[in-house]
Ligand binder design. Sequence first.
Ligand code: KG4
Ligand code: ZN
Length: 343
Amino acid sequence: MKILAIETSCDETAAAIVEDQNYQPLIHTNVIASQVAVHAQTGGVIPNVAARLHAENLPAILREATKNKRMEYDAVAVTVGPGQMGCLLIGLSAAKTIAAVQNIPFFAINHLEGHIYSAWINQQAGGPPELPALIVMVSGLHTELILMERHGYYKHLGSTRDDAAGEAFDKVARLLGLPYPGGPALSQLAEHGDEKAFPFPIPLSDNDSLEFSFSGLKGAVFHQISKLPDPLPRHTAADIAASFQATVSSTIKKKMLRAMQSYPGIKTVCLVGGVAANTHLRKTLEHAINSNHPDIRFVVPELQYCTDNAAMIGTAALYHHLFGKPDDWYNTEADPNLELAKQ
Ligand code: KG4
Ligand code: ZN
């Protein structure tokens, strides 16, 4: 089955064609129109502006993903939440129209499930992640540890009490005067800094739970900056960026290892979500797994599949097709607060 997938939940307008090839996704096309340049002017996403840009860009993106209609497809999939309501509705309305007019199966996909299935893309070398898997989800709005024992079922082990990891990157980047989007800018600056320069506390480190908290860390960075000269010398800003990034990586590593200890049957750890694009985090988790659990596989998507894209939505739909069933487009609604199906 070939699936045309659409993603418009936040600030990327995206479409892709994904095909089932022996229970693995083959990505034929993966097209993204990023709104970053527009949102950089206002320092963040303004929902109405984002929705208008999705409406403007989606037709051309769909045309490109289907190679001017020369590429056929048998089903359509779309992100239905979580995300901005106005943004979600643009993609949903397009997908419903395609399903209705062409009378083809329709798949309603949770954006977070899309991020999870990004770990199933391009894994030919090692094959798809083996279950049970521990999912470490780190995006702009979510920081969660999830146990996935079978396709489509997710057990929440812990999430953030306040800010998400990506949100913390974006807020600290703003404190350092870096441009939007903050995460990539901060990690670039961190390359020139000393991560031991400012020993920020690891949030909830004494806590036995698998919960995260990043707002205290952001507060500690703010407090530190307020004691330093204004404007900050570039090398000091780089030291703060490197120290903050290392603290986030250590926090996630600690909680991941704790979860692996509590659930000994885990065969794979998948790092997914926009912050999975962070090289320091990728290396920290890989090193921790190789040294503590050499029998457990670490899977992290290629960079292009970490941040929002439609290939991951098509891949999630592919597994709905293989292990579940299509949805009824007529009764599907967008849900800005959609949660993952719980076990
Ligand atoms: O998954 P995503 O594209 O969108 C959401 O679903 O939220 O994640 C976006 C988040 C932003 O907070 C962005 O700053 C962060 O991912 N991000 C990064 C990096 N690339 C993106 N954070 C740290 N280092 C990066 N290289
Ligand atoms: Zn996302």
